[in-house]
Write a protein that binds this ligand. Structure first.
Ligand SMILES: [Fe+2]
Length: 286
C-alpha cells in the first residue's frame, strides 16, 4: 500500500479539518491612540439617559437635547478628531444601564475621552469600566492617557470648599480624597509627557475649579505645579452661572466651561493643529 506523502507524517493529534489559511482570521478592532488628532473638541454634561431614569437638568427645558447634540456633533467633528468629555456623560446608575448611552456615543465621529461627573454613578473606576468602552472611547479617573497627540488626565471632582479654600483645615475628607486622586492623575500625565514632550496636557475636572468669588480650589495649585495647559470643566446649567464662569488664561492654565447647554449643545473647538497651536507648554511652577 502506498501512502499519500502529504499525510504520511500527520500525527494522530492533528486536526483532520484544518482551518483554511487562505481565509483571513476575523480582525479584532484596534484602538487607535497614535494617529494625531487634527482638531480637539470638548463638551460635557450630555446627561444621556437612554435606559430611562430621567434627566432633571434638561428634560423640561430641552426635550430634544439628544438630537441637537447628535446633529451638531456630526456637523463639525471628523472621525480622527479628539473629543474630551469632562463629566456627566450619562445619568445611568449601573454598567448595564449605561450600555445604550455608550453605544450612542460610539455612533458619533471622533475619538472620545471621558471623565466622571457627579451624576456618573455608573463610572465606578477607570479599570472597572475599561472593558465596556468601545474602541473609540477612553476614560480617565485618577489616571491619564495619551490619545491623538494629547495627554488627557482627570479625576472625579469636588466643589471648592465653602470656607477659605486655601486653608487645608477647611478641607473635608472628600476634598482631600478627590485632590489626592487628581494628583495621581497629574503624576501619570507628567510621566507621559516624558515620552511626548511636545504634547499638551489637558485636565478634565467636572466641577468649576474656582468658586463664585473666583477663589481657587486646592486643585488649581496642583494643576499649575504639574504644568498642565488646559483645564476643562462643566457642571453649570444656568445662564447666570455661565456668565460668571471663569474662562481663558488664569495663571499658567487655560480654562473653559464646556457644559453642553452653555455651548448650545455644539462641541467647542479647542484647537486645530493646522491653523492654531494649543499654546506653548508653560513652565511648571517652581
Ligand atoms: Fe451636569
Amino acid at each position: 500500500m502506498t501512502m499519500d506523502p502529504s499525510t504520511s507524517h500527520r500525527s494522530s493529534c492533528e486536526d483532520p479539518h484544518p482551518v483554511n489559511r487562505a481565509f483571513p482570521p476575523r480582525r479584532k478592532l484596534q484602538r487607535d491612540a497614535e494617529t494625531p488628532a487634527r482638531r480637539v473638541w470638548a463638551i460635557s454634561d450630555l446627561h444621556l439617559a437612554q435606559a430611562g431614569g430621567g434627566n432633571r437638568d434638561y428634560e423640561s427645558r430641552r426635550p430634544d437635547h439628544l438630537k441637537r447634540i447628535g446633529d451638531q456633533w456630526r456637523a463639525v467633528v471628523q472621525p480622527s478628531d479628539l473629543v474630551l468629555l469632562p463629566g456627566d456623560v450619562s445619568m445611568a446608575k449601573t454598567h448595564r444601564e449605561v450600555q445604550p448611552d455608550l453605544r450612542w456615543l460610539a455612533g458619533l465621529p471622533g475619538r472620545k475621552v471621558l471623565s466622571p461627573g457627579n451624576h456618573d454613578r455608573w463610572f465606578s473606576s477607570a479599570a472597572a469600566i475599561k472593558s465596556m468602552l468601545r474602541t473609540d472611547q477612553w476614560a480617565v479617573h485618577a489616571t491619564a492617557v495619551q490619545v491623538g497627540g494629547v495627554i488627557v488626565c482627570g479625576a472625579r471632582s469636588a466643589p471648592v470648599p465653602p470656607e477659605d479654600p486655601s486653608d487645608p483645615s477647611n478641607w473635608s475628607a472628600v476634598t482631600c480624597r478627590r485632590l489626592a486622586e487628581l494628583e495621581t492623575a497629574l503624576e501619570q500625565a507628567q510621566r507621559l509627557r516624558g515620552d511626548h514632550p511636545d504634547a499638551p496636557i489637558v485636565a478634565l475636572w467636572h466641577h468649576p475649579p474656582f468658586d463664585l468669588h473666583r477663589r481657587p480650589g486646592p486643585w488649581v495649585e496642583a494643576m499649575e505645579r504639574a504644568g498642565i495647559d488646559w483645564c476643562l470643566y462643566g457642571h453649570l446649567h444656568t445662564e447666570g452661572q455661565w456668565q460668571a464662569a471663569p474662562g481663558g488664561r488664569i495663571g499658567t492654565i487655560r480654562y473653559a466651561c464646556v457644559a453642553a447647554d452653555a455651548l448650545g449643545f455644539r462641541p467647542l473647538k479647542l484647537w486645530d493643529w493646522e491653523t492654531t497651536r494649543p499654546h506653548p507648554n508653560p513652565a511648571p511652577a517652581q
